[in-house]
Ligand binder design. Structure first.
Ligand SMILES: [Zn+2]
Length: 185
């Protein structure tokens, strides 16, 4: 395992694990290497368990096949139609209006909703089960009522989709795989 030590004007020692076999330690200027190593050793259980998690995640992503440009273009085409239909279907159920619908290839988010009601959706959602796609549509439409993730927001989401947590869980477990299909890893 590689250890990189970065000293700076900070008050405490912190450990970061960006890759499975590389530890980055951020430490105050005056802390000795010996103290840093003692700190790292005290965190070994955390380091090992997180390193394993990262390895498993990377192995999972290594198995993902990157879609071709043509396949992604097809996804865009169907996303425009299918997501458009879903927004039309759910908007009256949520009880809101909306603006433009845009399909994007984003690395970080599944969808967004602007103050004007313009909706963006990630093209990678087309690789998710339909229920998950429905959830993201409902989620963004509910932002027309609540521009946050408060309890009131989730109450609205639950009213329209009582089992929405299943879809959230799916995205948590498999989201990085469908992202990788579109973006590479
Ligand atoms: Zn949201």
């Amino acid at each position: 395992m590689d250890i990189e030590i970065i000293r700076s004007k900070r008050k405490s020692i912190a450990i970061q694990l960006k890759e499975a076999d590389k530890i980055t330690v951020r430490a105050p200027l005056r802390v000795s290497d010996k103290e840093i190593m003692a700190f790292v050793e005290s965190k070994m259980a955390w380091i090992i368990s997180n390193s394993l998690k990262l390895k498993m995640k990377q192995e999972k992503l290594d198995k993902v096949r990157l879609l071709s440009d043509q396949e992604i273009a097809e996804l865009y085409k169907s996303a425009k139609v299918i997501i458009g239909e879903k927004v039309r279907q759910y908007a009256p159920i949520v009880g809101v209006t909306y603006g433009r619908i845009t399909i994007r290839k984003q690395k970080s988010r599944w969808g967004s909703c602007s103050a004007k009601g313009n909706l963006n959706f990630n093209v990678a959602l087309m690789r998710a089960p339909e229920k998950v796609l429905d959830y993201v549509v409902v989620h963004e439409l509910c932002h027309r009522l609540e521009m946050n993730h408060s309890a009131r927001f989730y109450k609205e989401v639950r009213r329209v989709m009582p089992d929405y947590e299943q879809a959230e869980r799916w995205l948590k477990v498999h989201g990085d795989e469908i992202m990788a299909e579109v973006h590479g890893n």
